[in-house]
Design a protein around this ligand. Structure first.
Ligand code: AMP
Length: 181
């Protein structure tokens, strides 16, 4: 079962070489999202370990984490909290700067999005260096969330993100791995 989902995802995710720049293989999940079976099975598999436990919120990282996270929150009967790029949230927010390959970016969360002690599951489509997930975890920790785990459809293990997040004390769950960047 596990193996066949992996094989299905390897086929359902489109690889676009040299996008957005030379040397990067962009892992495009729009083809997965458009495939009813692959989308449903991915969401089922991501929530599977948590279906018996009480989760208060799924926190999704803009933008592809919103699509997966909304479906996961529905399945887990919990709330959804968006972690957004700078300047998009309408109410009082806290923000964190993080490093990109070239330059910096900022992520934000509403300061009242979750109450201290809430059980939160973090989700994004892909983990590469782990910088985006790390920044998100620091935001959630500032709000005193109890981070139950983090999950991603795709892992790029060569970039070390999974290890980085594990070293922060947060469990990482991924469904398929690809070599390279
Ligand atoms: P990182 O912070 O290095 O772990 O990068 C993860 C974020 O960048 C996620 O939000 C991904 O959607 C995006 N990302 C990084 N590398 C890729 C890639 N090769 N294909 C698609 N998205 C990527």
């Amino acid at each position: 079962m596990e193996h066949s989902l992996r094989a299905q995802l390897e086929k359902a995710i489109r690889a676009i070489p040299n996008y957005p720049k030379e040397g990067i293989i962009f892992r495009d999940i729009t083809t997965l999202l458009g495939d009813a079976s692959a989308f449903r099975r991915s969401v089922d598999e991501l929530v599977h370990p948590y279906s018996g436990s009480s989760i208060d919120f799924v926190a999704g990282i803009e933008a592809r984490g919103f699509i997966l996270g909304g479906a996961m929150a529905h399945q887990l009967s919990c709330g959804f909290v968006p972690i957004r790029k700078k300047g998009k949230l309408p109410y009082d927010s806290i923000s964190i700067e993080y490093d990109l390959e070239y330059g910096k970016d900022e992520l934000e969360i509403h300061k009242d999005a979750i109450k201290p002690g809430s059980r939160v599951l973090l989700v994004d489509d892909l983990i590469a260096t782990g910088g985006t997930a790390e920044a998100s975890i620091l935001l959630l920790r500032e709000l005193e969330a109890d981070i139950i785990g983090s999950c991603f459809v795709i892992d790029l293990p060569e970039l070390g993100g999974r290890k980085k997040i594990r070293e922060m004390g947060v469990a990482v769950r991924t469904l398929v791995e690809f070599d390279g960047h």
